[in-house]
Design a protein. Structure first.
Lengths: 289, 334
């Protein structure tokens, strides 16, 4: 039964990994830009929530009403003033710029908050659980975070498939030049895309921050999990990304069940296995370019 | 004489060549005239130059950006533990063997990483470095989570410092010479053609994959040799710090980008600048990191040619000419 427990925990965590991964794959899909500061932004959001809860005494989940719009605006503005300059050129410069941003965020947070680990407070919700059988119970909080993650993925899928702006996203992703000829404002699409990417990763950062401890240097690991979920699931498929996140979460949980030191490694092994045998991912539509 | 000649060297580069030889000769005999503390600093500087030159070969010329070079620094360090501590080999033979080991391991790593392109390649190499680090952390024969110290018992500290210096010197200068020779060779031409236009290069019969893979393995070898040499001054090998992105790959990237990516001079200037500033701001390392990050962002977005690129563009100087130029009769002085 403890195995079942490990797998259930892995699935719940995997939903969050998928939420991390969505923003990463959105930025890549639309702008061919991979943000190496993606994980650090989630930590920045978690510290933002930490500051709000301490200052106003709010529940961390309530702080999302400030964090999510804030992250969207920051993403939109950063794309317009900074990252627009490196869309469509040698990826080396985008990599270096976002890597620089990651270093700035990490050291900035370290300067302000030291290397102490933190946990966001959500009151009684943090310890509640739903008992399913005698041995198996699911934490209310992990369940809620999982459901939020899935709901956001669903909303994004609807947005991309059913709305005018979503169609503009896909058109710009497929062929930016022709999209421009059809009257699409590429720069606006890029800005909104990075805004959504930031908003989702900020949400994911706060949701993970109420579940597990974080410190200023926890970002790179999250970037790596997000990336692994994208590659396992396959590029260009939102539900593939959810599956990728869940597979990664389950692999880590079962690995940790075998030996505490093997959790992360088990996730990496699954990732490498998929990459070696199916480079397009399990549900991917295109070859990663 | 009305011929148009294709050449690479310039008068400046020839004068610089003589000057460079004199500088290299002076540094070669540094242990005989310099102080020990400066010698230690120079070891680190040469290591930084070697690491940066290799990253520059990959990112600036081969067009593959790795954020996983710490894997090879760490493998160099762990190679010393494996060869010196566990197999009782000579310290300096072990440096070479550690580099060979890293080059061998880089092949399966490359086979996986090269399935990804561009930015995803970058994160892929980072994951691979994490995997190598975790494997070392879970391996008790190399000290597990707390790491191990290279056993140097029986060697005198003074002779060890001199030998380490000469190794670092040889690897640093060697990395510069190697970059220069590679870029002037057919391999260099293939790499630069691939970087500039991959499908164009392929249609002319260039095996881009093989060329990039070759540089990947060469870079792994030199990076590990530099890492192994560095840990001869430090001795303490740990899974987290030896495989740290922040400690190794971040400075490398900043050095190359600020100095000027895609030039041989750039990483040298960048390394000098980085080292000099870090020495001055050693009390405010966090702020130093933040400043470096900001400068790297600014350079990557607004001044992509970097310091040396600016100098070359402004004054037309090439100290290590790897580009071919046409000299027409009009240019030749009467």
């Amino acid at each position: 039964v403890s195995w079942v427990n490990a797998i259930v925990q892995g699935v719940l965590l995997g939903g969050l990994y998928a939420l991390f991964a969505t923003g990463l794959s959105l930025g890549f899909g639309v702008m061919r830009l991979v943000n190496l500061a993606h994980g650090d932004l989630s930590i920045l959001a978690a510290f933002g929530s930490f500051a709000i809860t301490r200052w106003l005494g709010w529940n961390a989940l309530v702080s999302l009403v400030i964090i999510i719009p804030g992250a969207f605006v920051v993403g939109f503005v950063l794309q317009r003033v900074m990252f627009d300059r490196v869309v469509g050129v040698d990826p080396a410069f985008a990599i270096v710029a976002t890597f620089g941003l990651a270093v700035v965020i990490q050291n900035g947070l370290y300067e302000k908050y030291t290397a102490d680990t933190r946990l966001l407070k959500v009151g009684k919700l943090g310890t509640d659980s739903i008992t399913i059988t005698k041995e198996l119970s699911i934490g209310t909080l992990p369940l809620i975070t999982f459901l939020i993650g899935v709901a956001v993925l669903g909303a994004l899928a609807l947005f991309l498939n059913r709305t005018m702006l979503g169609r503009a996203f896909r058109a710009t992703s497929d062929d930016p030049e022709t999209a421009k000829l059809m009257g699409i404002d590429n720069r606006k699409v890029y800005g909104v895309a990075l805004g959504i990417a930031f908003a989702t990763v900020a949400l994911a950062g706060v949701l993970l921050g109420v579940r597990t401890q974080f410190d200023p240097f926890a970002g790179p690991a999250r970037l790596i999990y997000a990336f692994e979920a994208v590659i396992i699931g396959g590029l260009g498929s939102l539900w593939g990304t959810l599956a990728g996140g869940v597979i990664l979460g389950v692999a880590q949980a079962t690995g940790r069940r075998i030996s505490p030191g093997w959790g992360e490694l088990a996730g990496h092994v699954v990732f490498l296995g998929v990459l070696a045998t199916r480079p397009t991912g399990l549900f991917g539509k295109s070859v990663p370019r | 004489m009305n011929q148009v000649v294709v050449t690479r060297s310039t008068t400046t580069s020839r004068i610089f060549g003589v000057f460079a030889l004199a500088v290299v000769a002076a540094f070669a005999v540094f242990p005989m005239w310099g102080s020990d503390s400066v010698q230690r600093k120079l070891i680190e500087l040469f290591v930084l130059i070697a690491l940066s030159q290799m990253w520059n070969l990959l990112a600036g010329f081969a067009g593959v950006v790795s954020v996983g070079q710490q894997a090879f620094v760490g493998l160099g360090a762990y190679g010393m533990i494996i060869w010196v501590n566990n197999n009782h080999l000579n310290l300096y033979v072990s440096i070479i063997l550690a580099a060979v080991l890293a080059a061998v391991i880089s092949i399966p790593m490359g086979l996986v990483a090269f399935r990804l392109r561009g930015s995803y390649f970058a994160i892929g190499t980072w994951v691979l470095a994490e995997v190598v680090s975790l494997l070392m952390k879970n391996n008790t024969s190399v000290g597990g989570g707390s790491g191990a110290s290279i056993k140097v018992a029986g060697t005198s500290p003074a002779s060890r410092l001199d030998m380490t210096y000469w190794f670092a010197f040889a690897i640093g200068v060697g990395a510069i010479v190697l970059s220069y020779l590679v870029l002037r060779s057919r391999l260099g031409l293939r790499l630069q053609a691939t970087r500039d236009n991959e499908s164009g290069a392929r249609s002319l019969g260039v095996n881009s994959y093989l060329a990039q893979f070759g540089i990947w393995v060469i870079a792994a070898f030199v990076t590990a040799a530099a890492g192994a040499t560095f840990y001869l001054t430090n001795l303490r090998v740990q899974p987290t710090s030896s495989f740290s992105v922040a400690q190794w790959t971040a400075p490398i990237i900043f050095i190359v980008v600020i100095g000027g990516i895609g030039t041989i001079e750039g990483p040298i200037i960048g390394a000098l600048l980085y080292y000099w500033c870090r020495d001055r701001f050693v009390d405010q390392l966090t702020w130093y990191q933040i400043t470096l990050g900001v400068v790297a962002i600014v350079v990557a977005l607004w001044g992509q040619q970097g310091l040396w690129g600016f100098v070359r563009h402004r004054f037309g100087i090439d100290l290590f000419p790897v580009r071919r130029r046409l000299v027409t009769p009009a240019d030749t002085p009467k």
